[in-house]
Design a binder for this molecule. Structure first.
Ligand code: NAD
Ligand code: TYD
Length: 361
């Protein structure tokens, strides 16, 4: 069971897993909130071992029923409210899905796998974030698995609570759990409210590129398929009850990323004249001047200054290391967006919701 599999990381994880493990049954459970998009699962829709169920993880009896009916032995839990800005303006949904929803899933797993004794060998893998550790000063060492939790946003606090519940279900009830805490992901199918896809799609629409505050905040960027490989390592080799940090070894200031994407986009337009016809509205990129769209905006309240992951444990114990550099990952990402205008345009104009509604009419 992959919860949140119609979202950004979940969908990329499902694509990766079904390619690497085609004989495994994969059941995606997703409520299809604004962040869920069935088009993200197009590459696996026809796979004979793929199933999709629209359901809310807060529905414990439905989760139990799915675990029983399909004899599932593994949950990869990604369903969440994931955007920090939304957690500032509306924290309730974050508490509901990230805390109550995770607890609902833990209860279902305990009931079916332990109380009913249906699956002695099982795994509940919880996907979490480095944001639970709080913020770093420029010279602080990176977050390790032993860094004390100090969440600063409602999003981070809700993820921290869910991490604690997962830990408690292992210690109290013997549920076989693992947790991974990863840094900022980027790549294909990323909802254009997050920094990197927002910058790419705004350049293509010739819209302002908002940089919060002084733009000198630092994030440690991880290409999404590298994250999928990291989760695979934890599932196959990780020790039950352990946490693993997964990072990209890619610390960048926001303003440097925005300027870098502007330069890459200008080069892409200069190298391929057909882009000018396909994206005729992208006047700044066509002129080779995407950076003129950069606009400093009001800072995010409580904005964490720096995140950085120390990934020694996953490197040493699991042999994990990311394959993409930021340069190769950004190029792949940018080209994916240039080649899939129908995907991001339908997200930006909202028509992906109408299509989903028709599927379930
Ligand atoms: P996303 O917002 O793109 O996708 C979340 C998915 O969960 C959506 O498909 C949504 O429909 C689904 N969902 C939301 N509430 C649900 C509910 N109550 N029941 C069932 N489904 C529900 O998020 P993402 O960026 O893919 O993140 C996936 C996970 O990874 C989250 O747990 C997030 O906290 C974690 N994470 C993300 C990042 C990142 O950079 N994106 C970094 C670290 C950790
Ligand atoms: P985001 O992609 O929202 O991820 P997170 O908040 O989980 O790190 O933001 C990444 C960084 O970019 C963060 O420091 C906030 C900043 N940011 C901007 O400067 N402008 C924007 O429009 C957005 C969405 C984010």
């Amino acid at each position: 069971m992959v919860t949140g599999g119609a979202g950004f990381i979940g969908a990329n994880f499902v694509h990766y897993w079904m390619e690497q493990h085609p004989n495994d049954l994969v059941l995606v459970v997703d409520a299809l909130t604004y962040a869920g998009n069935l088009a993200n699962l197009d590459p696996v829709q026809q796979h004979p071992n793929f199933l999709f169920v629209q359901a809310n993880i807060c529905d414990t009896s439905k989760m139990e029923q799915l675990l029983r009916e399909h004899q599932l032995d593994t949950i990869v839990h990604l369903a969440a409210e994931s955007h920090v800005d939304r957690s500032i303006t509306g924290p309730d949904a974050f508490l509901e899905t990230n805390i109550i929803g995770t607890h609902s899933l833990l209860k279902a797993a305990r009931q079916v796998w332990i109380t009913e004794g249906r699956c002695a060998q099982h795994r509940f893998h919880h996907v979490s974030t480095d944001e639970v550790y709080g913020t770093l000063e420029p010279d602080d060492p990176a977050f390790t698995e032993n860094t004390p939790y100090a969440p600063n946003s409602p999003y981070a606090a809700s993820k921290a609570a869910s991490d604690h519940l997962v830990r408690a279900y292992h210690h109290t009830y013997g549920l076989q759990v693992t947790t991974s805490n990863c840094s900022n992901n980027y790549g294909p199918y990323h909802f254009p409210e997050k920094l990197i896809p927002l910058i790419i799609t705004n350049i293509l629409a010739d819209q302002p590129l908002p940089v919060y505050g002084d733009g000198k905040q630092v994030r440690d960027w991880l290409y999404v398929t590298d994250h999928a490989r990291g989760i695979e390592k934890v599932l196959l080799q990780g020790q039950v009850g352990e946490n693993y940090n997964i990072g990209g070894h890619n610390e960048w200031q926001n303003i440097d990323i925005v300027q870098y994407i502007c330069r890459e986009m200008d080069s892409a337009f200069a190298a391929d004249p057909t882009l000018q016809e396909r994206y005729s509205q992208a006047a700044s990129a066509i002129a080779g001047e995407s950076a003129r769209l950069i606009t400093y905006a009001k800072d995010r309240p409580g904005h964490d200054r720096r995140y950085a992951i120390d990934a020694h444990k996953s490197g040493q114990e699991l042999g994990y290391r990311p394959l993409e550099s930021f340069e190769t990952g950004i190029r792949k990402t940018l080209h994916w967006y240039l080649q899939h205008p129908q995907w991001w345009q339908s997200v930006m104009d909202g028509s992906y919701r109408e299509w989903i509604a028709k599927q379930y009419a």
